[in-house]
Design a protein around this ligand. Structure first.
Ligand code: GAL
Length: 680
């Protein structure tokens, strides 16, 4: 029933093992009465199925599922591998993850296992097989969640099994030690390997400056390990699940190619959205980002790039807090609705709240759900009830797609390279943040567009403009794909630091920007990070001034290309900062700096893609604007993230889906207010 394109559905995370059985029925009834039609269960409850090694007892969840069936509640059942039982890790400590020094992470918290331990894989496969074969036929079970938040808590693995598996991964990848030595550039600092046993996952090194090519492969290896662990389970569930039931997991976390994981193992991705982190004690004080909870739209755009229509497996419904950290206040009145609508605006057709009732024991006693410890009726429950009422009127938009004409290209090799490389990382962080903020403030919806092995020119063709800011690593295949896109009429904005690394992360000897030289008609003559004492650097682009940031490349235009912008400061004053090159039916730009918010705004405006809905709605900056479309019908979302009421102007009439009224002209959004308008 979820994500079938016919309606929007609410759910909740429920933990039968946390409450006396005498409370179950009342909880189920009350959830259903609130509009919660689906619950997710069992992701941390291995012991409730296999209390001792090899002893299986299904009665606990059978009793619960019987009751769910009697009451008409649908269930997402989880595999419990995120929390191995004490009996398991005590007997098989090799199942545990370790820190870089090899110290094991023991039982007592969660996600303390590793993906490569043969015995953990075997026992995980067995509990998955037992759970799926027993519970999948139940009529109330509609889908499966694998594990919980793969790569959450840590995305580093250093157990003995990981060292061994890394070696195998490299043997399969490189075949010979000579090839490995070449790819890792081991001639530098005398790192040459002469026997496979000398090769390890990164270990502690002086100054934490482990060979960068090794670290890049290690991140790829973690992704490979996590994917294969998920695939192991998904292949088993697929044998038992009823036709139409789905397999998913909840993300997104680091060192993991979520796109590939979804393509090979899942029906769609779900995401856990906790925008209240923006108001946490730890983050708020040091966070100068004006986007605050609105920043979660960045994550939601990432999920959308994996599954255009997706689910939220855990949506914020209360204050944050573990007993040891992560304190944040209760959502203010309206914020649960705002954050729910934020998810829906970006493509969520299923939203499940974490959690029905706040836990009275354990680490998460302060991580609040809809209800507090007692089951007392409260403001948050009333708000969820109201959200359910609103969603009934919004059902028609289920299955619709988020609309964007601007794309930000991303790929995992560069994401991981930017994590280990200080020059690359700084540019990437700065530009991504600026891009998101500028797109939000100018109401220019955008997509993340991931380059995968099999990305086709047609997938890119839907975008008027694509940005590919700092793709250090570039392959010939990717360069050809970008050429096709521009040749066919697209506008590509590349640079700076594009194409200076190969797939191993080694710098190329080609003249920069390497594989993009022809497409962009650009030669990089000189380059430097902006010196700390230079002050502000500006670029003059045909009379418009935009601020450079972090880095300058002095650019020269090839014959036929044009220098569209020049620097105004320091010794590079007058040198090229922006090259424009007609290529086929389109245009490629090469920009020599990182982006600021103002620079992105200038690009969006001059390339004619800023504020595409300005003729339909004039929205204040405090509001996010998003549009979903289906069968020619457009649904406009306005989300006010501020505590003040704001006004928007609808320049075209539409139907306010919350009220059913036709509206045009002034539209007021209260504090944290939202509106969904079907345009007519
Ligand atoms: C999520 C996790 C949940 C719960 C929640 C609140 O990351 O999946 O199990 O821990 O955070 O901390």
């Amino acid at each position: 029933m979820i994500l079938k394109g016919d309606r929007l559905i609410l759910g909740a995370c429920y933990y039968p093992e946390h409450w006396p059985e005498s409370m179950w029925r009342e909880d189920l009834r009350r959830m259903l009465d609130t509009g919660i039609e689906v619950i997710r269960i069992a992701e941390f409850a291995w012991n409730k199925i296999e209390p001792r090694e090899g002893v299986f007892d299904y009665s606990f969840f059978d009793r619960f599922l019987d009751m769910a069936e009697e009451e008409g509640m649908k269930v997402i059942f989880c595999t419990p591998t995120a929390t191995p039982p004490a009996w398991l890790t005590e007997k098989y400590p090799e199942a545990l993850n370790a820190d870089i020094d090899g110290t094991l992470f023991y039982h007592g918290a969660r996600r303390h296992y590793n993906y490569n331990s043969p015995i953990y894989r075997e026992l995980s496969a067995r509990i998955t097989e037992k759970s799926a074969s027993h519970y999948a036929p139940r009529p109330c079970v509609i889908g499966w969640q694998i594990d919980n938040e793969v790569n959450c808590e840590t995305d580093f693995f250093y157990s003995e099994s990981d060292h061994n598996a890394f070696r195998v991964f490299l043997q399969e990848k490189y075949g010979t030690l000579d090839e490995l030595n070449r790819a890792w550039g081991t001639a530098f600092w005398n790192q040459t390997y002469t026997d496979w046993q000398e090769v390890h996952a990164p270990r502690k090194t002086y100054t934490n400056s482990t060979n960068p090519h090794e670290v890049l492969d290690y991140y790829r290896f973690i992704s490979h390990s996590a994917r294969s662990f998920v695939k192991l389970q998904s292949d088993i569930i697929a044998k038992y699940k009823k036709p139409g039931d789905f397999i998913t997991t909840n993300g997104l976390f680091g060192h993991l190619d979520n796109h590939r994981m979804t393509a090979e193992s899942l029906d769609f991705m779900t995401y856990d959205s906790y925008p209240n982190f923006a108001y946490s004690q730890e983050l708020y004080a040091g966070d100068s980002d004006v986007m605050k909870d609105r920043k979660w739209s960045r994550n939601l755009s990432e999920v959308r790039s994996i599954s255009p229509v997706f689910g939220i497996m855990e949506q914020q419904s209360g204050a944050n807090g573990w007993n040891s950290r992560m304190e944040a206040p209760s959502p203010r009145p309206g914020q649960i609705t705002l954050w729910t609508m934020q998810s829906i605006a970006h493509g969520a057709d299923y939203v499940s709240y974490f959690r029905w009732r706040t836990c009275t024991m354990g680490t998460e006693i302060y991580w609040h759900g809809i209800l507090d410890y007692s089951s007392r009726e409260n403001r948050r429950l009333r708000e969820v009830r109201d959200i359910h009422r609103k969603l009934q009127a919004l059902g028609g938009l289920a299955g619709s797609r988020y609309q964007a004409r601007v794309g930000m290209i991303r790929d995992y090799d560069n994401i991981w390279d930017a994590q280990l490389d200080i020059w690359h990382g700084r540019l990437e962080r700065q530009s991504q943040k600026a891009f998101f903020e500028a797109a939000q403030l100018t109401h220019t919806p955008f997509d993340y567009v991931y380059l995968r092995e099999d990305t086709t020119p047609e997938e890119l063709a839907g975008y008027t403009v694509l940005f590919y800011p700092h793709a250090a690593i570039l392959t010939e295949k990717q360069a050809k794909l970008l050429e096709r896109y521009v040749e066919n009429g697209g506008i590509l904005v590349a640079g700076c630091r594009n194409g200076y690394k190969n797939i191993d992360g080694q710098c190329v000897r080609d003249e920069l920007p390497g594989l993009l030289s022809g497409l962009t008609g650009t030669a990089v003559a000189e380059y430097t990070p902006i010196a700390p004492d230079t002050g502000a650097v500006f670029i003059n682009w045909d009379g418009d001034r935009l601020p450079a940031s972090e880095y300058v490349e002095e650019l020269e235009a090839a014959p036929g290309a044009r220098t569209a912008g020049v620097y105004e400061q320091d010794y590079y004053q007058g040198s090229g900062a922006l090259i424009e090159n007609r290529f086929g039916k389109g245009t490629a730009y090469y920009y020599g700096s990182a982006y600021t918010v103002d620079a992105v705004k200038t690009f969006l405006k001059k390339l004619g893609v800023a504020s595409p809905w300005a003729g339909v709605v004039q929205a204040p900056q405090e509001c996010e604007l998003a549009v979903r479309e289906k069968d020619g019908r457009q649904y406009l979302f306005l989300l006010n993230y501020s505590p003040k009421a704001v006004g928007a102007q609808l320049l075209r009439p539409g139907k306010n889906l919350y009220t059913g009224e036709t509206v045009s002209g002034s539209l007021e959004l209260g504090p944290y207010g939202t509106a969904v308008i079907e345009l007519t």
